[in-house]
Design a protein around this ligand. Structure first.
Ligand code: PHE
Length: 358
Protein backbone atom coordinates (compact mmCIF):
# COMPACT_ATOMS: atom_id res chain seq x y z
CA UNK A 1 0.00 0.00 0.00
CA UNK A 2 2.78 2.36 0.97
CA UNK A 3 4.85 1.50 -2.01
CA UNK A 4 5.03 4.31 -4.54
CA UNK A 5 4.21 3.30 -8.09
CA UNK A 6 7.24 2.88 -10.43
CA UNK A 7 6.00 5.55 -12.82
CA UNK A 8 5.71 8.05 -10.01
CA UNK A 9 9.20 7.22 -8.79
CA UNK A 10 10.65 7.56 -12.29
CA UNK A 11 8.77 10.78 -12.67
CA UNK A 12 9.69 12.43 -9.39
CA UNK A 13 12.39 10.60 -7.32
CA UNK A 14 14.68 9.65 -10.18
CA UNK A 15 14.65 13.20 -11.35
CA UNK A 16 15.42 14.63 -7.95
CA UNK A 17 18.21 12.10 -7.35
CA UNK A 18 19.77 12.97 -10.72
CA UNK A 19 19.55 16.65 -9.85
CA UNK A 20 21.05 15.91 -6.48
CA UNK A 21 23.95 14.07 -8.16
CA UNK A 22 24.66 17.14 -10.29
CA UNK A 23 24.58 19.43 -7.23
CA UNK A 24 26.93 17.12 -5.31
CA UNK A 25 29.34 17.08 -8.26
CA UNK A 26 29.53 20.87 -8.21
CA UNK A 27 29.88 21.00 -4.42
CA UNK A 28 32.63 18.40 -4.58
CA UNK A 29 34.53 20.32 -7.26
CA UNK A 30 34.36 23.51 -5.14
CA UNK A 31 35.36 21.68 -1.94
CA UNK A 32 38.32 19.93 -3.62
CA UNK A 33 39.52 23.23 -5.10
CA UNK A 34 39.57 24.76 -1.61
CA UNK A 35 41.72 21.98 -0.03
CA UNK A 36 45.07 23.31 1.17
CA UNK A 37 46.33 20.64 3.55
CA UNK A 38 45.82 17.09 4.83
CA UNK A 39 43.24 18.00 7.44
CA UNK A 40 40.89 19.76 5.05
CA UNK A 41 41.34 16.85 2.60
CA UNK A 42 40.19 14.41 5.27
CA UNK A 43 37.22 16.64 6.16
CA UNK A 44 36.08 16.69 2.50
CA UNK A 45 36.53 12.91 2.24
CA UNK A 46 34.31 12.37 5.28
CA UNK A 47 31.68 14.87 4.06
CA UNK A 48 31.31 13.21 0.65
CA UNK A 49 32.52 9.61 0.95
CA UNK A 50 32.09 8.94 4.67
CA UNK A 51 29.57 6.43 6.04
CA UNK A 52 27.19 9.28 6.76
CA UNK A 53 28.37 11.47 3.89
CA UNK A 54 26.40 12.99 1.01
CA UNK A 55 26.96 10.05 -1.37
CA UNK A 56 26.05 7.44 1.25
CA UNK A 57 22.91 9.45 1.81
CA UNK A 58 21.94 9.13 -1.85
CA UNK A 59 22.79 5.40 -1.80
CA UNK A 60 20.31 5.08 1.05
CA UNK A 61 17.59 6.77 -1.06
CA UNK A 62 18.39 4.37 -3.91
CA UNK A 63 16.99 1.48 -1.85
CA UNK A 64 13.45 2.80 -2.22
CA UNK A 65 13.57 2.79 -6.05
CA UNK A 66 12.31 -0.03 -8.22
CA UNK A 67 14.70 -2.51 -9.83
CA UNK A 68 14.46 -0.71 -13.22
CA UNK A 69 15.10 2.65 -11.63
CA UNK A 70 18.03 1.26 -9.69
CA UNK A 71 19.51 0.04 -12.97
CA UNK A 72 19.50 3.61 -14.25
CA UNK A 73 20.38 5.61 -11.10
CA UNK A 74 22.73 3.01 -9.53
CA UNK A 75 25.48 3.35 -12.16
CA UNK A 76 25.18 7.15 -12.00
CA UNK A 77 25.75 7.06 -8.25
CA UNK A 78 28.61 4.60 -8.58
CA UNK A 79 30.18 6.85 -11.15
CA UNK A 80 29.82 9.80 -8.78
CA UNK A 81 31.48 7.78 -6.03
CA UNK A 82 34.36 6.76 -8.30
CA UNK A 83 34.83 10.33 -9.52
CA UNK A 84 34.85 11.67 -5.97
CA UNK A 85 37.42 9.04 -4.98
CA UNK A 86 39.60 9.87 -7.97
CA UNK A 87 39.42 13.61 -7.37
CA UNK A 88 40.35 13.21 -3.70
CA UNK A 89 43.19 10.82 -4.54
CA UNK A 90 44.51 13.28 -7.12
CA UNK A 91 44.26 16.05 -4.57
CA UNK A 92 46.19 13.94 -2.03
CA UNK A 93 48.94 13.34 -4.61
CA UNK A 94 49.17 17.07 -5.38
CA UNK A 95 49.41 17.91 -1.67
CA UNK A 96 52.23 15.37 -1.19
CA UNK A 97 54.10 16.73 -4.19
CA UNK A 98 53.80 20.29 -2.89
CA UNK A 99 55.06 19.24 0.52
CA UNK A 100 58.01 17.44 -1.05
CA UNK A 101 58.87 20.45 -3.19
CA UNK A 102 58.73 22.65 -0.08
CA UNK A 103 61.07 20.29 1.80
CA UNK A 104 63.52 20.22 -1.11
CA UNK A 105 63.51 24.00 -1.20
CA UNK A 106 64.28 24.15 2.52
CA UNK A 107 67.08 21.61 2.14
CA UNK A 108 68.49 23.53 -0.79
CA UNK A 109 68.58 26.74 1.23
CA UNK A 110 69.84 25.07 4.43
CA UNK A 111 73.13 26.61 5.51
CA UNK A 112 75.13 24.13 7.56
CA UNK A 113 77.55 26.86 8.63
CA UNK A 114 74.79 29.15 9.93
CA UNK A 115 75.05 30.30 13.57
CA UNK A 116 73.16 28.06 15.94
CA UNK A 117 71.68 29.80 18.93
CA UNK A 118 72.83 27.99 22.04
CA UNK A 119 70.24 28.30 24.73
CA UNK A 120 71.82 29.60 27.97
CA UNK A 121 70.64 27.70 30.98
CA UNK A 122 70.39 29.75 34.15
CA UNK A 123 71.67 28.50 37.48
CA UNK A 124 71.88 29.99 40.94
CA UNK A 125 75.16 31.74 41.72
CA UNK A 126 77.78 29.86 43.71
CA UNK A 127 77.25 32.41 46.54
CA UNK A 128 73.57 31.57 46.65
CA UNK A 129 74.33 27.85 46.74
CA UNK A 130 76.90 28.01 49.55
CA UNK A 131 74.75 30.40 51.61
CA UNK A 132 71.73 28.13 51.13
CA UNK A 133 73.80 25.11 52.29
CA UNK A 134 74.97 27.01 55.39
CA UNK A 135 71.46 28.25 56.10
CA UNK A 136 70.17 24.67 55.95
CA UNK A 137 72.74 23.62 58.55
CA UNK A 138 71.98 26.50 60.93
CA UNK A 139 68.22 26.38 60.49
CA UNK A 140 68.40 22.68 61.39
CA UNK A 141 70.18 23.74 64.61
CA UNK A 142 67.40 26.20 65.44
CA UNK A 143 68.94 29.46 64.21
CA UNK A 144 67.04 32.29 62.51
CA UNK A 145 68.32 34.14 59.45
CA UNK A 146 69.11 37.79 60.15
CA UNK A 147 69.91 40.64 57.81
CA UNK A 148 71.44 44.08 58.23
CA UNK A 149 72.35 47.09 56.07
CA UNK A 150 75.50 47.17 53.92
CA UNK A 151 75.64 50.96 54.31
CA UNK A 152 76.21 51.04 58.05
CA UNK A 153 76.98 53.67 60.63
CA UNK A 154 80.21 53.65 62.63
CA UNK A 155 78.36 52.85 65.81
CA UNK A 156 77.19 49.39 64.70
CA UNK A 157 80.32 48.57 62.73
CA UNK A 158 82.76 49.65 65.49
CA UNK A 159 81.59 51.25 68.76
CA UNK A 160 78.90 48.74 69.68
CA UNK A 161 81.49 46.00 69.02
CA UNK A 162 83.93 47.34 71.58
CA UNK A 163 86.02 49.16 68.99
CA UNK A 164 86.11 52.83 70.09
CA UNK A 165 87.27 55.57 67.72
CA UNK A 166 90.90 55.47 68.90
CA UNK A 167 91.13 51.67 69.00
CA UNK A 168 93.98 50.32 66.84
CA UNK A 169 91.74 47.49 65.62
CA UNK A 170 90.10 50.01 63.26
CA UNK A 171 93.33 50.06 61.25
CA UNK A 172 93.07 46.36 60.49
CA UNK A 173 89.90 47.01 58.55
CA UNK A 174 90.58 49.90 56.20
CA UNK A 175 87.10 51.14 55.65
CA UNK A 176 85.21 52.89 52.89
CA UNK A 177 83.72 55.94 54.58
CA UNK A 178 80.88 57.82 52.93
CA UNK A 179 80.67 61.59 52.52
CA UNK A 180 77.90 61.64 55.09
CA UNK A 181 79.68 61.81 58.44
CA UNK A 182 79.60 58.63 60.50
CA UNK A 183 78.40 56.48 57.60
CA UNK A 184 80.42 53.72 55.93
CA UNK A 185 80.20 50.45 54.01
CA UNK A 186 80.22 47.73 56.65
CA UNK A 187 83.54 45.94 57.02
CA UNK A 188 82.07 42.93 58.82
CA UNK A 189 78.74 41.21 59.37
CA UNK A 190 79.35 41.45 63.11
CA UNK A 191 77.47 44.76 62.84
CA UNK A 192 74.29 42.68 62.70
CA UNK A 193 75.12 41.20 66.15
CA UNK A 194 74.55 44.49 67.93
CA UNK A 195 71.46 45.33 65.89
CA UNK A 196 69.86 41.97 66.72
CA UNK A 197 70.82 42.04 70.41
CA UNK A 198 69.28 45.51 70.74
CA UNK A 199 66.02 44.23 69.30
CA UNK A 200 65.39 41.37 71.70
CA UNK A 201 66.51 39.64 74.86
CA UNK A 202 68.11 36.15 74.77
CA UNK A 203 67.82 33.44 73.69
CA UNK A 204 69.17 34.83 70.42
CA UNK A 205 70.40 32.47 67.71
CA UNK A 206 71.07 34.06 64.34
CA UNK A 207 72.85 33.29 61.11
CA UNK A 208 73.64 36.39 59.10
CA UNK A 209 75.15 36.19 55.61
CA UNK A 210 76.01 39.36 53.73
CA UNK A 211 78.40 41.43 51.66
CA UNK A 212 81.21 43.37 53.34
CA UNK A 213 83.72 45.92 52.02
CA UNK A 214 87.36 46.58 52.86
CA UNK A 215 89.73 49.00 51.25
CA UNK A 216 92.46 46.64 50.16
CA UNK A 217 94.55 45.91 47.11
CA UNK A 218 93.05 42.96 45.27
CA UNK A 219 94.90 39.78 44.47
CA UNK A 220 94.04 36.09 44.15
CA UNK A 221 93.00 35.83 47.79
CA UNK A 222 91.92 39.39 48.65
CA UNK A 223 89.13 41.52 47.31
CA UNK A 224 87.65 44.87 48.32
CA UNK A 225 84.24 43.23 48.34
CA UNK A 226 83.50 39.79 49.74
CA UNK A 227 80.83 37.84 51.57
CA UNK A 228 80.79 36.89 55.23
CA UNK A 229 78.49 34.96 57.47
CA UNK A 230 78.22 35.82 61.13
CA UNK A 231 76.76 33.39 63.63
CA UNK A 232 75.64 34.48 67.07
CA UNK A 233 74.21 32.53 69.98
CA UNK A 234 73.37 34.22 73.29
CA UNK A 235 71.62 32.47 76.16
CA UNK A 236 72.17 31.38 79.76
CA UNK A 237 75.15 29.05 80.39
CA UNK A 238 76.68 29.25 76.93
CA UNK A 239 80.34 28.23 77.07
CA UNK A 240 83.34 27.59 74.83
CA UNK A 241 82.33 23.92 74.61
CA UNK A 242 79.05 24.94 72.93
CA UNK A 243 81.09 27.07 70.53
CA UNK A 244 83.44 24.19 69.67
CA UNK A 245 80.62 21.66 69.25
CA UNK A 246 78.77 24.03 66.93
CA UNK A 247 81.87 24.74 64.84
CA UNK A 248 82.71 21.06 64.59
CA UNK A 249 79.18 20.09 63.57
CA UNK A 250 78.68 22.68 60.88
CA UNK A 251 82.15 22.31 59.34
CA UNK A 252 81.66 18.55 59.04
CA UNK A 253 78.32 19.13 57.33
CA UNK A 254 79.51 21.87 54.99
CA UNK A 255 82.52 19.89 53.80
CA UNK A 256 80.49 16.69 53.84
CA UNK A 257 83.26 15.00 55.79
CA UNK A 258 82.43 13.06 58.95
CA UNK A 259 86.08 12.68 59.97
CA UNK A 260 86.95 16.42 59.76
CA UNK A 261 88.67 17.64 62.94
CA UNK A 262 89.09 21.15 64.32
CA UNK A 263 92.01 22.88 66.01
CA UNK A 264 91.79 26.01 68.15
CA UNK A 265 94.31 28.83 68.39
CA UNK A 266 94.12 32.09 70.34
CA UNK A 267 93.00 35.05 68.25
CA UNK A 268 92.16 38.68 68.81
CA UNK A 269 88.89 40.36 67.96
CA UNK A 270 87.83 43.27 70.21
CA UNK A 271 84.24 42.07 70.48
CA UNK A 272 85.03 38.61 71.88
CA UNK A 273 86.86 37.40 74.97
CA UNK A 274 88.49 34.95 74.77
CA UNK A 275 89.06 35.34 71.03
CA UNK A 276 89.84 32.21 69.04
CA UNK A 277 90.69 31.09 65.56
CA UNK A 278 89.51 27.70 64.36
CA UNK A 279 91.26 25.61 61.74
CA UNK A 280 89.77 22.52 60.13
CA UNK A 281 91.74 19.43 59.23
CA UNK A 282 92.18 19.38 55.45
CA UNK A 283 89.11 17.63 53.98
CA UNK A 284 91.18 16.52 50.97
CA UNK A 285 94.24 14.80 52.41
CA UNK A 286 95.80 13.13 55.43
CA UNK A 287 99.44 13.83 54.65
CA UNK A 288 99.39 17.36 53.16
CA UNK A 289 98.35 18.74 49.78
CA UNK A 290 98.27 22.01 47.82
CA UNK A 291 94.91 23.05 49.36
CA UNK A 292 96.27 22.98 52.93
CA UNK A 293 99.71 24.13 51.74
CA UNK A 294 101.11 20.87 53.15
CA UNK A 295 100.17 21.80 56.73
CA UNK A 296 97.09 19.47 56.99
CA UNK A 297 95.15 22.40 58.51
CA UNK A 298 93.05 25.17 56.96
CA UNK A 299 92.28 28.46 58.73
CA UNK A 300 88.54 28.96 58.59
CA UNK A 301 86.84 30.81 61.43
CA UNK A 302 87.29 33.84 63.65
CA UNK A 303 85.35 33.26 66.83
CA UNK A 304 85.11 33.75 70.56
CA UNK A 305 82.80 34.40 73.51
CA UNK A 306 80.89 37.67 73.09
CA UNK A 307 82.66 40.40 75.11
CA UNK A 308 80.70 41.55 78.21
CA UNK A 309 81.02 45.17 76.95
CA UNK A 310 79.23 44.20 73.73
CA UNK A 311 76.41 42.48 75.61
CA UNK A 312 76.12 45.43 77.96
CA UNK A 313 76.02 48.08 75.23
CA UNK A 314 73.17 46.15 73.57
CA UNK A 315 71.16 46.03 76.79
CA UNK A 316 71.92 42.42 77.72
CA UNK A 317 73.10 41.62 81.25
CA UNK A 318 76.50 39.81 81.02
CA UNK A 319 76.10 38.47 84.57
CA UNK A 320 73.08 36.42 83.42
CA UNK A 321 73.83 35.72 79.77
CA UNK A 322 76.81 34.67 77.71
CA UNK A 323 77.24 33.82 74.07
CA UNK A 324 79.55 33.04 71.20
CA UNK A 325 80.01 34.49 67.73
CA UNK A 326 81.65 33.18 64.56
CA UNK A 327 82.69 34.97 61.43
CA UNK A 328 83.63 33.26 58.20
CA UNK A 329 84.32 34.14 54.61
CA UNK A 330 81.85 32.53 52.23
CA UNK A 331 84.30 32.78 49.31
CA UNK A 332 86.99 31.06 51.37
CA UNK A 333 84.67 28.15 52.14
CA UNK A 334 83.70 27.89 48.45
CA UNK A 335 87.31 28.20 47.28
CA UNK A 336 88.38 25.32 49.50
CA UNK A 337 85.34 23.20 48.76
CA UNK A 338 85.53 23.59 44.97
CA UNK A 339 89.25 24.26 44.41
CA UNK A 340 88.73 27.85 43.15
CA UNK A 341 92.05 29.67 42.91
CA UNK A 342 91.00 33.33 42.51
CA UNK A 343 88.53 35.17 44.75
CA UNK A 344 87.94 37.78 42.03
CA UNK A 345 86.16 35.15 39.90
CA UNK A 346 83.13 35.30 42.21
CA UNK A 347 81.88 38.62 40.92
CA UNK A 348 83.58 38.50 37.53
CA UNK A 349 80.31 37.39 35.83
CA UNK A 350 82.33 34.92 33.75
CA UNK A 351 79.79 32.47 32.34
CA UNK A 352 82.40 29.70 32.00
CA UNK A 353 83.18 29.96 35.72
CA UNK A 354 79.55 30.22 36.82
CA UNK A 355 78.34 27.35 34.63
CA UNK A 356 80.56 24.93 36.52
CA UNK A 357 78.22 25.18 39.49
CA UNK A 358 74.99 24.34 37.68
N1 PHE B 1 84.09 39.94 62.28
C1 PHE B 1 85.36 39.26 62.29
C2 PHE B 1 86.12 39.58 61.02
O1 PHE B 1 85.52 40.06 60.08
C3 PHE B 1 85.18 37.77 62.43
C4 PHE B 1 84.62 37.39 63.77
C5 PHE B 1 83.28 37.30 63.93
C6 PHE B 1 85.49 37.07 64.80
C7 PHE B 1 82.76 36.91 65.16
C8 PHE B 1 84.98 36.70 66.03
C9 PHE B 1 83.63 36.61 66.20
O2 PHE B 1 87.30 39.35 60.95
Amino acid sequence: MNKKSPSMLIGIDMKSISQEIEIIKKELAAAVAAITHETSLEAVRVAFLGRKGKIADLMEQLKSLSVEEKKIVGPLLNQLKTEAQEQLDACATTLKEKELAQKKLLQKNFDVSAYRYNELKGTSHIYTQIIADLEDVFISMGYDIADGPEVENEYYNFESLNIPADHPARDAQDSFFLEKKGMMLRTQCSSVQAREMEKSQPPIAIFCPGRVYRQEATDQTHDFLFTQAEILLVDKNISVSNLLATAHTFLRKIFDNETLEIRVRPGFFPFVEPGLEIDASCPFCTTGCSVCKHTRWIELLGTGMVHPNVLRSSGIDPTIYSGFAFGMGIERIAMIKYGINDIRLFHSSKIKFLNQFS
